[in-house]
Design a protein around this ligand. Structure first.
Ligand SMILES: [Zn+2]
Length: 147
């Protein structure tokens, strides 16, 4: 996918890569980054990022640059979504997002009750990649000291 970066823009390439990679991993059928207004300074162009799955669509609008829009979209995807690995509720913080019925990417509904019963899976961005909570190895136990 080609992202229309403003000329001369200084941006966080890893954040952009992480966002694009994440959206790809969710199985989105369409992913688009763009802006609404021509002939204005880039930060006033109204950047947006949107992704479409078969059953639903998410958009992050009114951002000052494309990376911010992609990051905001990633945050929306990762807040209250369902981890495809542990089936937990995804979050960017240790807080459990408000459970609410949610349309999943395949068009089915994940009910509030099911969400409440699911474990929490906290995602963090590590450089160019979003890493799921259930993927990170447990912190290594201290190696026993030599005698
Ligand atoms: Zn998980």
């Amino acid at each position: 996918m080609k992202i229309p970066m403003p000329p001369g823009a200084v941006y966080d390439k890893e954040a952009l890569l992480a966002g694009v990679d994440l959206i790809g991993r969710t199985g989105a059928r369409q992913f688009e980054v763009g802006y609404l207004h021509e002939g204005v300074p880039s930060e006033e162009a109204g950047w947006y990022a949107q992704a479409r799955w078969s059953g639903t669509r998410l958009i992050a609008e009114n951002h000052t640059d494309p990376v911010e829009a992609v990051e905001a979209l990633a945050a929306r995807v990762l807040t209250g979504g369902q981890c495809q690995h542990c089936r937990g509720v995804t979050s960017l913080t240790e807080e459990r997002p408000d459970p609410r019925g949610r349309y999943m990417a395949d068009g089915t509904v994940w009910t509030t009750k099911e969400q409440q019963a699911a474990p929490l899976c906290q995602w963090t961005r590590q450089g160019p990649r979003w890493v799921r909570g259930c993927e990170r190895p447990a912190s290594p136990t201290a190696a026993p000291e030599g005698r």
